[in-house]
Design a protein around this ligand. Structure first.
Ligand code: TK8
Length: 357
């Protein structure tokens, strides 16, 4: 990360005062790897517009900036990337459609938003499939996952690389939650929980007794602020960098799904690029995705602790409480594993087992 970058982040961090307390806006983050490799020959110029959902302090944005720095340095400024954060150009589904029509060059959706194009990606939405970050990274870097990226061919979306959105956690504004019964509400109504527009996520929260409401990420903050929904589920770093703690009082460390991000380029833009640029874009995407995973890991627990420090009541589940959530969502596996593909899921589980050896 260039010095200007880090100073800007520190400035944002230092000036964010709440109730007279200065809260750091980010953990101590690793610098990105030095950019290596010679400058690619002159094959024209491209200014790539990239829309993302998360905020400037998120790992998604910081790594996208690094992606742009690699391309700029390795093409002597002939390829530049302008990153538009905070869902300002639209939500995941809308921005993918903009890539298909050529009105946007790049975006970075959650895999859950892309299962309409490549159904196998719904495997990542199966609850409790990936027991650790190591296992998740092993799966994302496997041939099985590369096959999923390749399967976008012809959709108008060139899928470049997987990175980490992360383990999803429940937040809500109604009550502390430590069991599925707390979600369902025995003597009160079940929590209304916003989900991504993805059928497996809907099934998960139905199985837990919630009232799930699929909604675009960009609409979520105001929906929670107005009480349209009680809660949502996202990684701690997203909850923090999107300031959800301003409208959510309770968090529960469910880690119910590990969601990847997929960095994407419009096939129209890809097809206009010389092969040398295509090769460089792929290389830069993989390098920035690796850096994003590192930043996301550095953000994860730190964000949870920051949320607690800022007044969110965080419930961390013990083994027995976690088992109750896993048991409650078992029917989701039974319904969706055959639809997604038992062989594919077995392949993924094999990679998971090998990653722990
Ligand atoms: C941001 C989304 C977000 C996702 C969601 O574009 O929609 O809740 O987890 O990170 O992709």
């Amino acid at each position: 990360m260039t010095a200007i970058w880090r100073n800007a982040l520190t400035l944002v961090g230092a000036t964010t005062l709440t109730l007279g307390m200065a809260h750091a806006q980010s953990p101590e983050l690793s610098d990105p790897p030095e950019i290596e490799g010679e400058v690619v020959g002159d094959h024209g110029s491209h200014t790539l517009r990239m829309g993302i959902g998360l905020a400037e302090s998120s790992p998604q944005y910081l790594s996208s900036q690094y992606f742009g720095e690699i391309l700029e340095q390795r093409t002597d400024g002939r390829i530049t990337v302008n990153v538009f954060p905070n869902s300002q150009l639209g939500d995941d589904v809308q921005m993918m459609e903009m890539l298909q029509t050529g009105t946007l060059d790049m975006t970075y959706p959650s895999s859950s938003a892309t299962t309409g194009y490549v159904e196998e990606l719904a495997a990542f939405d199966l609850p409790f499939l990936l027991p650790s970050r190591e296992a998740a990274v092993a799966v994302m870097q496997s041939d099985v996952a590369q096959g999923m990226l390749d399967a976008f061919e012809g959709t108008g979306l060139k899928a470049l690389a997987f990175s980490e959105n992360g383990y999803r956690q429940l937040s809500n504004s109604a009550r502390p939650v430590s069991s599925p019964d707390d979600v369902a509400g025995l003597d009160v109504r079940g929590l209304s929980v916003r989900t991504m527009e993805n059928p497996v996520h809907l099934a998960i929260w139905e199985a837990l007794g919630a009232n799930p409401t699929p909604m675009a990420f960009g609409e979520l903050f105001s929906a929670m602020e107005q009480g349209v929904v009680d809660g949502q589920e996202n990684p701690w770093s997203t909850i923090l960098t999107s300031n959800f703690n301003e409208v959510q009082d309770y968090g529960t460390e469910t880690r119910h799904v590990y969601t990847p991000f997929i960095m994407m380029l419009s096939e129209r833009t890809w097809d206009r690029m010389a092969p040398e640029y295509q090769e460089l874009v792929l290389e830069a995407a993989r390098q920035s995705a690796e850096y994003e995973i590192q930043l996301s890991a550095e953000y994860d627990d730190w964000s949870r602790d920051q949320l607690a420090e800022r007044g969110m009541e965080i419930t961390r589940l013990d083994d027995e409480q976690l088992a109750a959530f896993q048991e409650a969502v078992q029917p989701v596996y039974e319904e969706w594993a055959p639809r997604i593909g038992e062989d594919l899921i077995a392949d993924i589980q094999k990679i998971v087992e090998e990653s722990s050896n």
